[in-house]
Design a protein around this ligand. Sequence first.
Ligand code: IMO
Ligand code: MG
Length: 425
Amino acid sequence: MSTLAIEGMQWGDEGKGKITDYFASKAEIVVRSQGGNNAGHSIEHSGVRYALRLLPSGILNENVINVLADGMVINPFCLLEEMENMKNRGVKFHLILSKRAVLLLPYHIELDKARENALGDKKIGTTKNGIGPCYEDKAARLSIRVGDLLEPSYLRERLETVLPIKNLQLKAFGGQEMDLEELYASLLKVREQVKDYIVDTTRFLLDAIKEDKKVLFEGAQGAMLCLTYGTFPYVTSSSPLVTAIPNNTGLPLNSVQTVLGIMKAYTTRVGEGPFPSEIDGDIAKKIRDEGHEYGTVTKRPRRVGWLDIPQLKYVCEISGIHHVALMLLDVLRVVDEISICTEYRLDGKKIDYMPSTVSELEKVKPVFITLPSWKEDISKVRKFEDLPLNCQNYIQKIEELLGVDIDIISVSPDKEATIIRKELF
Ligand code: IMO
Ligand code: MG
């Protein structure tokens, strides 16, 4: 197979970084196509830990061409910082940026913060990186695109059109208005450092697909944070679903040959919003500590829960997921028993699907089954058959409940600590 797409199946932070890094070493091209620096992927390479926000995970591999494609929102200052960081560590990389991607600018960040404050206890719990306001500007046709950096006079014209409107919004929120000259000057500086990376990535990718290049589409966020299919309004402002890849890259529908869903052996979520299988107290704390469940970007403690089968089944259906990587399985040895939410009760009736509105989701009561855990350290296991029996049973139960193959199992954060049951790429 020459193209593989990765999708987070829960609320983000499923361990996509580790799996993407694994496949990136086999790819010729690695593409990120939506979101921005709200993503936080940590990967380990030659014993060094890298925290990536915007850069694709292929960035550490000199032979890979990394693409920030059309559907992305790119904070150029954050991008420069990440690029500098790579250069300082002696990493040689290949990167191209889409002319069609939009710039995420300081006013987006201010507006994100101001709106979250204004929402009070109804806040979304965003990463405060300006993602929502930036995508709003795209829909409102007020964005400044990456390609505009190549034409300083047009860039200035755009700022003159857009900034007065943004300043009105900032003022309405009691925020600081921004100075056009200052912003323009800072973008001209950025331009000098990134102009050589800016291309028509659609053309590049269309050619790559024709030439049967090995392309990895890396996912950011998770399906339940999808603007349309997630737990709206507690979602991000783009679609992390693999079905959005064509529209975010300019590639035709059949460009994605294999889809790999990534899920944790339990569930986490940061930010507000419904979470039917959520748990708290001692067990949640044990899992949170063992799994280092604190945000890469915001350092917030993540909310923790058991696997939620109606939620996961829904994602498998809408994204066509048949292959799954199960992450952080090792964490569950800290509990005595593992629960799985197999269905919900809504107004006293059993349902086995995920409701589409937040008001229904907030009402559902999870129905759990419970399985025994294991106490052994599984981090050195490399074959499914060598896992403790209770661990094998847990995996098989998930496969049976979801009707998918768990082809990859992560047994510790290390790159090598992975059980590969089927080569997908
Ligand atoms: P990765 O790629 C986990 C969540 C935020 C918030 C909501 C909206 O690391 O899996 P936003 O800043 O996007 O407007 O916030 O989405 N969120 C994530 N949660 N992992 C992520 O990315 C996330 N990106 C956004 O916490 O609830
Ligand atoms: Mg994250």
